[in-house]
Design a protein around this ligand. Structure first.
Ligand SMILES: [Zn+2]
Length: 327
């Protein structure tokens, strides 16, 4: 599609298919007019400090101007504008948000799949994202008592988690930092990133991490991954044979046996390092952060940043998402 055709596709989407009700499920419309929005044009020009009187004005803007990227930020005491930029206004709140992106996994992705380069994504490496969603979602609900958590495809290589509970909205930076600290099992992005001392993690969380990570590691493991880890080729074959025999069902017995084998070759941290959630901390602690507008189009891929079904997260395939640019 050439540029004019892409513009038309964006215009068609925003005028006929943009799900404003879905957006309302995420951002509270009662303070719509004082919320910040931002946009980027195809040429890469970026604008923020924009606000709209009501949702209809936002849609009109999207249809008229067809931005290639649309973002939404925090709520202030007055409508942000060029004359009243956000740093001159009083900050009133921002949903608690999480950004999980394959970028954070670049150092370890080679151990999981055969993708080459930043633009390739496959169902195997997407399991790293899905696993992070599963663990973070469960932890926010069970350990923090949060109830309304919505996960959104970023349109390209990741997902965003939005906690829309009132309590998340008003957390200050320090409080957001402590949520991140609680959820952080590794520090840094490198392949050899330091692993948090397991005994310092809260018991429930530690159990959840170890149990879920090892379960999904086994669900996805290939023979060569086991050999890379240091298993002998006959041990690797045995484990794969057993997994095939169980047809993808990872029961407690199998999990316990595998954990013992891993402990024997001292590769526990290696597996955790590859599979534990990697969260972009900066996004969560930035109170004025602009995040991709839910249900808007990602201008590079033409895919909708749509709401995901957390109960079915493991079957989501970003490659299978339709693009408005490929009709
Ligand atoms: Zn991959």
């Amino acid at each position: 599609m050439n540029l004019i055709q892409q513009r038309t596709a964006l215009r068609d989407y925003y005028s006929a298919n943009f799900d404003i009700d879905g957006l309302e499920a995420i951002i509270n419309f009662s303070n719509f007019s004082t919320r910040e929005f931002g946009f980027a044009t195809l040429g890469g020009k970026f604008f923020r400090n924009i606000s709209f009187e009501n949702p209809k004005a936002l849609i009109d803007f999207l249809v008229d101007r067809t931005p290639f990227h649309a973002y939404v930020g925090a709520v202030y005491n007055e409508p942000p504008s060029r004359e009243s930029p956000i740093h001159t206004l009083e900050w009133l709140g921002h949903e608690l948000v999480f950004d999980i992106d394959l970028n954070e996994y670049d150092a370890v992705r080679q151990f999981v799949c055969d993708c080459q380069g930043a633009d390739q994504v496959c169902l195997r490496c997407w399991q790293l994202i899905n696993l992070a969603v599963r663990i973070i979602d469960e932890t926010l609900r069970l350990d923090f008592g949060m109830k309304n958590i919505i996960w959104i495809f970023s349109g390209r290589r990741g997902v965003h988690g939005w906690v829309t509970d009132d309590i998340g909205f008003s957390l200050n930076q320090e409080q957001r930092m402590s949520v991140i600290d609680y959820l952080s099992v590794i520090h840094g992005e490198a392949e050899k990133a330091r692993i948090q001392d397991r005994m310092k993690l809260k018991y429930d969380f530690r159990y959840r991490i170890e149990h879920t990570v090892f379960k999904y590691f086994l669900k996805n493991v290939r023979r060569k991954d086991l050999i890379d880890l240091g298993f002998s080729s006959s041990a690797a074959s045995n484990i794969i044979k057993q997994l095939e025999h169980q047809e993808g069902k990872i029961d407690e017995n199998l999990l316990r046996n595998f954990n013992l084998r891993v402990a024997k070759i001292d590769k526990y941290d290696e597996i955790l390092r590859r599979w534990v959630p990697r969260i972009d901390h900066k996004v969560t602690i930035d109170l004025r952060r602009l995040l991709r507008l839910p249900n808007s189009i990602h201008g590079k891929t033409g895919k909708v940043a749509r709401i995901l079904d957390p109960s079915n997260i493991f079957s989501f395939n970003p490659d299978g998402e339709p693009s408005v640019f490929s009709r």
